[in-house]
Structure formats: structure tokens, C-alpha cells
Ligand binder design. Sequence first.
Ligand SMILES: Nc1nc2c(ncn2[C@@H]2O[C@H](COP(=O)(O)OP(=O)(O)OP(=O)(O)O)[C@@H](O)[C@H]2O)c(=O)[nH]1
Length: 812
Amino acid sequence: MSILSNSSTSTMDSLNATSNFTQVQKMRRAQRQSAPDPFTMAMQQIVVMTVAALGNFFLIFVIVRGNRICRRRISPVQLLLLHTCAADLLFAFLTLGTEAANLITFPRYFGSDLICKLMRYGQMFPMYASPFLLVAISADRYQAICRPLANFRSSRYRRPNALAAVAWLAALLISIPNLFIWQKNRGMCVSIFGITPSIAKSSYVMKFSIIAWVLPSIFATYFYFCVCRAVWASSSKPKDFLKPSTFETEGNETTKNYINRLRNRSCGFRRQSSEFDRKRVQTVRLTACIVTCNFFLWMPFCVLNFIQALFPYYLNPFIITYGMLLGNLNACFNPWIYILFNGRHAIKAIFGKMARSTTGSTASQCVTMRITAGGSSGGAYQEGNSAEMDAEMNSAPPNPLEENELNGDLAYRDYSVSPGSKSLQPVMNNRYKNTHLHAPSSVAKRTRRNNISFQSGTKFHDQKEFWLRKRMADDDDLDDYSYGLGDDDDIEEKPTIILVGLKRSGKTSIRKVVFQKMSPNETLFVESTPRITTEDVRSSFINFETVEFPGQMQVFEATTDAKQTFKRCGALLFIIDAQDRFENAVEKLAEYFVKAYRINPDIKFEVFIHKVDGLSEENRVDAKFEIFHQVKEKLALIGGRECMDEIMVSYHLTSIYDHSIFESFSKVVQNLVKPLPTLEKLLDIFNAGSCVDKSFLFDIASKIYIATDTTPLDMPTYEICCDMIDITIDLSTIYGVTPDKPNPFDEQSFAEIRLRGDQVLFLRQINKHLALVCVIKQHNYEKQGTIDYNFQCFKNGIEQVFKVRNRKNKAK
Ligand SMILES: Nc1nc2c(ncn2[C@@H]2O[C@H](COP(=O)(O)OP(=O)(O)OP(=O)(O)O)[C@@H](O)[C@H]2O)c(=O)[nH]1
């Protein structure tokens, strides 16, 4: 029994008591007589050991198999629970098992002195490891919930692994005294303290209770207090984010009713509105329950230890033994608490089928969620409600919605292109209207290998979207992403673009439209972001991270580690809803900009005056003018004159319903591209040599242009070049994909469109991610040889600028 190896050396010693009675010894004899029979104690320990071992093995099975069935990665909490299982198993076998063997042979001990020492060390080590790991779990939850940005850049397992390593190491070190305290003496494995009470013996007894129970309980209580406070603070106004925005409340009645109807019908919306809170609270409850259980089960034993240390002869060994047994039961309880909280996961683990084929519904659900990583709302909506939505769409009032976009089947888009068009309206092409596009089976295999399954034969309502998403999912491709905003792959160098703004200003929509290719109409169903969302934008040429702060969150709260975040920030984007009143937004903007500037003066400050699609041309200009002046005033007020002069703010009028969002985001990204002047110079030289009127260097996956020549940029030219990329991708993904060539683009890809009048658009692929798109006059386009030659020189120049490491060069 564990008591024998730690605090209650006295219990064992009392059983070893010799004759030579004094008054005290008479009391000890009375104690010994009331101690339980060693064989009974051994049997009790064997039972506890068996139950604990079975429970913990079962929990390991549930976690590992359940995750494999759901195709989920292990979560940080599960990882720490697996560590706790390992500690409990060690406790069962090393502590209880060896003690049961000892009791069976009692009073004889047949091992050597070294084995006696190692056995006592091994008995003690799991008893420390288990509470330390529980503190690690609470510290992990504290970090995850109260300090979410502390190490948001690192791997999700780095923190739990580090905490677990500290717990194990501390347990190993603190148990070392046992190697010196225990010895083989007169055929028994006993402590050096002997049978008489002493200060050393009492201190040793109390040390265990303090280190393994009192301190962990204090730490765990502190962490959970902070966690509960944070959860309570964020859930005290949970429905706040679900309130419609001012635009919706003040907007026209038909649109408002229409949106509400869609939302009410969408079970995805309802489900997700409570999903985050539910999961977070459940994880906190689970871990808090495990820690509380540990506290109460060990409490009788530890309290008795204190009493025993202070008044050695007053306690009945019977009470000590059963108090101790209660503590030992802790190892049996932990697994069942987890199973109680995760009943469905356990049922899936026991009865679920391993998803070998990718056609199982469970698998496809998990896969869909993963494909739409960071966009669960889109995933859930597409899963359950497409038919419902289609019906709704058909009865929708005319607004920016387009029926085809939400159709579950093919939405092949044909564009009527004319130079200078403000935006291109997709038109259903009858020829393809009911065709279903299928992912080639080779793609399915390849992506499945990377743990993201696009199923062979699965319908994609847009082949282009499939291709873009495949690119995001396919890790193999990352080798080719040799370019980047920095010059190397050092993750610490990767710049961060931070998006802030008031609630419902459109932050999430911007991210989703620009980087996840979500149709602007689908953003109507995007829900309020409940927590800080980081997205790694590395699937394309550009290589950075976006961090979105929920509108309701105070960015510079002590808990968000603002300093660390803003130190790495490349650009701070403040989104202002142009359809709303902007006094509050401007006030917040000035506050954030001043604080961010004081942390990192190199940040580029950008303001997106967003949703301008609802404003007339005149009102847009007025809004920009007014915001510009208000920002100046507020900056001076909050940061002083010096701040007002030094903080350089760029203003952009944006809307997700046209190209302005891509154009503005391009400008933000260009500010972060270090060799931008060189690229512009290269484009100028290429233009001059090839008689090109305007040229853009595009990242084709995001439609962000990395650079353009130095001639003035007019929006219609930009828009038509953007549309050319759309058309090229649409056509290439339909006709350019074969089972053995899943990627429609390579360095040889090129396209040209002859416009009415005498202009030609041409696109030349530089590598898989970058394309040069140019506008040229018809008669200049005749000199193909010159253009080809100049393009090769330009391409070489680009490669030198970015130190391209493509596979071809490596092979050479
Ligand atoms: N008209 C118009 N509506 C937009 C535009 N961008 C976003 N929206 C709508 O604005 C609403 C709110 O957008 P979100 O992206 O959820 O806003 P958010 O800033 O992320 O909101 P929080 O997560 O609460 O901070 C959605 O219904 C979008 O469809 C735009 O350019 N024009």
C-alpha cells in the first residue's frame, strides 16, 4: 500500500515492532492489533490495481480508436489525459503491485538492498507524477483559455508536451530521497527512521502530503479560478454576438426578414452558435472534475498523514489503511470521469467502424470540417442544408445573392467580358448546367495520404474551388512554395496581418472571401467569431499569417499577450463598417493604433472602409473624408500630436462584392513584400522591352497581385486582369486535369484573350503559384519572339530575386 512507501513508514514499522514495552510501546501494540491483516490488504490492493489498470487501458483505447474513427487528431487535453493514464498505470503496477507482493510475503522480504531502494523509488514516483500531471492539465487549460495568444504560433502539442515533461521530471527528482531512506534491514525492507517517532520521520511524512496534495491543489485551484472567471466573463453575454448588426436592423425589412428566415432554418447556424461555448465549458468541467476528484479522494489520507506525523500514536491503523485505499481509488476514477463526459466518443470508439473507405458518412463529415478549416460555418451549412437553402434562394428578394453559387451541383461560370466592366456577373452555361464534376481518383489517393480526403467520385459544386482547396490541403506542394514574403523559411520571420474592428464589420467575411474562396453570398451565414482566429496563409505564393480578433474582444486586454502579438505584426487592419455609424469604430481604431504603435512602430496601419457596395459613389468619398478627419483627431487626442504625425494610416474603400477587396488586400500585402521595388523595376523593364501597357504579378490562388509596374493603375484594367485569372482557372480545372496530372497549372501554362478593340490580355505562368498578366495592344502582340525572350529574362530575374528553390533546379 502506498502509505507504506511514503508517509506511513509508521504503519509498516508498527507491524515490525519488537518487544521491550514502555507506555508508548503498549499503545503501539494496541495499534498493531487493530491493523488489518496484511493478506487482506494485499488482496484489496490487487483488486484496486486490476480495476485501475483495466480502466486506464480502456481509456487509452477510447481516445486512440475514437480519434481514428473520427479522423481527428488528438487534442492537447487528450494528450495530457494519456499522460495521466500512463501515471495511473505506473501507480497500479509499480506502487500497488509491488506493495501487494510485499504484503503477501510479509514480514519477510526476499529481494536485495538495491531492489528494496528501487522498489520504494518506483512506488513513490507515480504518486507524485499523477498530481503533477493534473496541475499540468489545469495549467494547459489556463493557457489555452486565459492566454490564448501566448504561444499560438507554436505547434498545438508543444505546450502540453512541455508541461507533461516538467511534471514527469519533477516527480522523478522529488522521489530521489526514497533511494536513501529505504534499506534492507534484518530481512525486511524498512525505512531508516526506525520505529520510534522523530522529527525527521514526521517531516518526511508531511513532505509527501504537502508536495503531492496541498501544493498541486493550490495551483490547480488558482488555474481553474482564472479559467472559470474567463469563461464566465465571455459567456455572460453569449447571445450578444448573435444580435443582428445595425445594417441588418436598420436595413430594409425584406432583407432582414429574409436573412432571419435563413438563419432560423439553418440548423448549422443554431448548432454552431452554441457549439463553441459548449465544448469549452465541457473541457473545463471534465478537467476540473478530475482535479476535484483527486483532491477529495486523497484528502482523508493526507489529513491522516498530518495527524499521524504530529501525534504518532493516536490514530488507528485501520483508519489510515482505508483512508489510503480511498486515495488509491483515484487511479480507478479518472478514466470513468472522461468516459462519462465523452460518452459519444466512447461509443464510437467501441462500436464505430474504422473508416478505411472514404465513403462512410462519419468520415465524410470529419473530412468536410477539415477541408473548411477555419470555416466551420461554411462546412456545416453545405453539409446539412443545401436543399433547404436552394429553396430559400429561389424565393429570395433581389439582392447580392446569386442562385447558382449555392447550388449543390456544378456552377460553371461563363463570363461576359467587356473591358471596363465594373464587375463580372456569372451566368449559368446551359451546356454544363447539370454536369457533375468529379475529383480524379489519383487526387483522392494523393490527398488521402496527406490525411485530407477528397473522395473519388465526390461532387464538387465548383471544380475551381476543389482545385484551390486541394492546393491548400496538399502538403506535398509545400516543397514548391519556395517564394515568400521573407527570404527564408524561418517561421519566426513570417509576418502577421491582424484584423480588428467592431462586431459584424466584416472581418471574417474578408478572410473567407480572399483566402478561402468563399462566395460573398455565403458570408451572410458566417457567424460571429467567438475567439481569436489565426490562419496560416501559406498554401500560395504569399506566406504569412492572419490573426482575427473577435469584435467583442478587447485586443489589448492583459490576457491576450498583445505585446508579443503586435511585435510580430506586419500590418494592422482596422475594418470599419461603412453602413454603420463609425464614431465608436474610430475611437477604438485610434486606441488600437496608438497602443500598437507604441509596441511596434514598424507596423503598417491600414483602414478598410468596408461594405461600400451599399453606398453611392458620392457617399463613399464623404465617408472616407470624414473617417480620415475623425481618425486624425482621435489619434491626436489619445496619442498626442507626435502620434498623429508618425502613425501613417492608409485608407481603402472595400467590398467583398467586387474586386476592391482583392485590390486593397494586394496593397496591404505589397507593403510587406520586401523586394517590391525590385519587382516593380523588373516589370517596368519587361513592359518597355515588350511594349506592354500594364502588367501584374499575381498570386493565382488568392488573386492578390504581388506587384505591378509603376504606371498609374486604373481599376477596370485591374479587374479585367483579375477576371482573366478566374476564367483561366475555371477552364483549366475543367479541361486541364487528367488522372495523372491533377494540377492544371505548370510553368508552361499560358493563356490569351483578344478583346474587342485592339487589346490583348495574356497570362504567362512563372511557376505553380505566380503568373504574369499583361495588357498589350494587338499590333505589339505580334512580336511573339521578343515577348517570349523578354519573359524568360523576366522569369530568371524573379527567380533570382526570390532565390527560387524549385524541384527542377534541385534535380539539376
Ligand atoms: N453588403 C456587404 N455586406 C458584407 C460585406 N462584408 C461582410 N458583409 C456582411 O457583414 C456581416 C458580418 O460579417 P462578418 O464577417 O461575420 O463580421 P465580423 O467582423 O467577422 O464579425 P464578428 O465575428 O462578430 O467580429 C455578414 O452578414 C456579411 O455578409 C460587404 O462587403 N458588403
